[in-house]
Design a protein around this ligand. Structure first.
Ligand code: AMP
Length: 115
């Protein structure tokens, strides 16, 4: 838990969110400003500021984030049609919330390269 971290506050339920998945290690909720018909975020309950701050001890937890993202995609009904997973890191990566999160986006064809 990091004081003042928005996603820690969502994990702690002091900030509301539309939660779609929870287990012991991860929480997933709908993005407040979706950029695709289905758009959710999967976060580790443990505060990790960004992927640059993850340690080898976080490897299993990050795997749980990815497997959670797959489950979320299935739950949102885009598992078979396909979806995009994104982790933004730092200014050039477009990171705006400094708690590791994996975007799960689907429900429309994605383009490449991303903007
Ligand atoms: P990023 O830019 O990769 O750090 O992504 C942060 C994401 O968090 C953005 O897509 C925001 O729309 C989303 N977001 C910001 N505040 C909230 C919130 N209170 N609940 C859900 N999603 C949020």
């Amino acid at each position: 838990m990091s004081t003042g971290c928005l996603f820690c506050n969502i994990v702690a339920r002091t900030t509301p969110a539309s939660i779609v998945l929870e287990d012991e290690h991860v929480l997933a909720f709908r993005d407040l400003r979706p950029v695709a018909p289905s758009h959710a975020l999967v976060v580790p309950k443990k505060h990790i500021t960004g992927i640059n701050d993850a340690t080898p001890e976080d490897a299993a937890l990050l795997g749980q984030v990815l497997l959670g993202a797959r489950t979320v995609a299935e739950q949102l009904g885009v598992g078979a049609s396909g979806y995009r997973l994104v982790l933004n890191q730092g200014p050039d990566g477009g990171q705006s919330v400094f708690h590791v999160h994996c975007h799960v986006m689907g429900g429309r064809p994605m383009t490449w390269p991303p903007g």
